[in-house]
Design a protein around this ligand. Sequence first.
Ligand SMILES: [Zn+2]
Ligand SMILES: [Zn+2]
Length: 333
Amino acid sequence: MQSISLQNAVFEGENTIYLLGEGAEGPLTLLDSGFDDQKIRAQVEDGLASVGYSVADIDQILLTHYHGDHAGLAGWIQQKSDATVRMHPTDAHLAAHESGAIQELRDRQESSFADWGMPEAKREELRAEFEREIDLSTGTLTVEPISDGETVRAGPYELTACHLPGHTAGHVGYLSSDERLLWGGDVLLPHYTPNIGGADVRLDDALATYLDTLAELVSLDLAAVWPGHRERIDDPSERAREIYHHHRDRTRHVVNVLREFGPLDTWSVSHRLFGELHEIHILHGPGEAHVHLEHLETHDVVSATDGVYALRDSDPDLDEFFPHFSTNPEANQ
Ligand SMILES: [Zn+2]
Ligand SMILES: [Zn+2]
């Protein structure tokens, strides 16, 4: 397998895409594709050339989710290679830039911004950001859906698609059971916690969904995860637990903010957590605050009136809604 590092100044730092099957039998496969712009096209070409291939040689592209920094370049590669592109159907319409699907997402985002109490000037800043992202994706892409549990040959590997939602609704990882390896996109990242809430506003209680996904990752007992950004994660179960506990701590933090400052809307909670936000963080900050408030509301810790959240229980037992791992490390042995 060959890792190819790509620049990405927008989201979680540089992207990593993977070439599977060089010099081996089985379809020559790319795992994710990177943003579509001229510089990154050249970086993909150079990365492939370094192991003796060109874009036209690609047989198959397996995509983890619809975000432009993972799926954006798939259309261009498909045009040049006629590669088969596989991804989860829930994300496929967005990756293929079907205008109805994009419009539906934009409408949901706008209604979320209103619910969150986002100031109009910040909404404007975000819309400009979205336009920039659209420009970085190719419009023509034909996707063949892949569903949870389906297997696919990729170079020498027999991979199983694992639906791991939370960051997006249709996020999948590709698992090699024999080697206990997962190509994981943004499900688990080495340096940042993947954004939940802003990254895909289509999910209800995205935090609960993602906590289940983290528990699922631990149960897979993986040897390593190849993420969509940066370097290999060598202790993925440990990293998944760390991120799980990070969300638990953040929920506690949200309760403390409401206790200290009284009833607040999502934007104000986000401001207390993250301060002034710019660029894509205008989406990610309140999105994150939202999923924590929503999770607290589901468990009757807060109540919402016209988008303003008030505490009903100022000292909740977080074990009730972070059910997967005990906070006592002894109990996890
Ligand atoms: Zn993403
Ligand atoms: Zn990403």
